[in-house]
Ligand binder design. Structure first.
Ligand code: SF4
Length: 277
């Protein structure tokens, strides 16, 4: 499913179809037309298992088509578009992790937003949650600028990487268990490649906390540490897990999570990781 209409990228001005074909010049596109493409769960396992670097992994993730329902949804959203973004091309593909390939801090999110990362091609970019998250990361010295608008805006990470257990925008923000399982090998490989560098994981919400425990904790760890905002759990001699409410529009709007609370979390994470004193 692809539009015939070419629309200009809001920053670079280059015209793109929606969804964006691999290797056509979208800022930060890790893939080429020749990148190996997973069409089912077995191919995700094989292509994730043989990826030798984060760059190779990101490229393979960004062209994955293993979950029919999610492929249809992400491409439909890219074609129909939200009214306020009707003049923009939409990425409409899976969203790889973003940030350092040797991070000291890893932030675990959920799935891309339909009109945020699914539009811009970069995680947490172009929606309200991302506005809150990147502003807090900037105040903590973990990114170079307070805003994250599109994939060509000059944002750079300082020792952090943002990862997610599902890479395609799901209908109603709710991937199925089967879709989560299909996508899991991408995250497992990403963790294998970055884990030697990571000192702190920040889980955005209880589900992300469970994901962090699954990929990083000793399976024999008993009792399993429980999620709460501000909780810190030791996952090993050099790895800590920090809990943080998800900076969703609802959590921020209701005051369950405030900018000051986010600052406490990321300042603490930066200190624990040795990025700041
Ligand atoms: S959710 Fe994951 S496994 Fe499913 S199509 Fe997207 S990238 Fe592929």
């Amino acid at each position: 499913m692809q539009s015939e209409t070419m629309l200009n990228h809001p920053r670079t001005g280059q015209p793109f179809a929606s969804p964006v074909p691999p290797g056509t010049g979208w800022p930060g596109d890790p893939a080429t037309p020749a990148t190996a493409r997973a069409a089912d769960a077995a191919e995700v396992r094989r292509l994730a298992g043989t990826a030798q670097s984060i760059d190779e992994l990101d490229a393979r993730i960004s062209v994955c088509r293993a979950c029919p329902r999610l492929v249809t949804w992400r491409e439909q959203v890219a074609l129909v578009k939200r009214k306020s973004f009707a003049d923009q091309p939409y990425w409409g593909r899976p969203v790889p992790g973003w940030g350092s390939t040797e991070p000291k801090i890893v932030i675990v999110g959920l799935a891309p937003a339909a009109n945020g990362a699914n539009r811009t091609g970069r995680t947490f970019t172009g929606d309200r949650s991302g506005d809150q998250l990147y502003a807090a990361l900037h105040r903590a010295g973990l990114v170079n600028q307070p805003t994250s608008v599109d994939a060509a805006d000059g944002l750079r990470a300082n020792g952090i990487r943002i990862i997610a257990p599902v890479r395609c925008a799901p209908p109603d923000n709710a991937p199925t268990t089967a879709e989560r399982n299909t996508c899991a090998p991408w995250l497992d490989t990403e963790w294998r490649l970055i884990a030697p560098h990571v000192r702190v994981m920040v889980a955005l919400g209880g589900f992300a906390w469970q994901i962090a425990l699954r990929i990083a904790a000793d399976p024999m760890l008993k009792p399993k540490p429980k999620f709460s905002h501000g909780a810190v759990a030791d996952l090993g001699p050099t790895l800590r897990l920090v809990g943080c409410y998800h900076p969703s529009q609802q959590n921020m709007f209701t005051g369950r999570l405030t900018p000051a609370m986010l600052d406490d979390i990321f300042t603490n994470a930066a200190t624990l990781a040795g990025i700041r004193n």
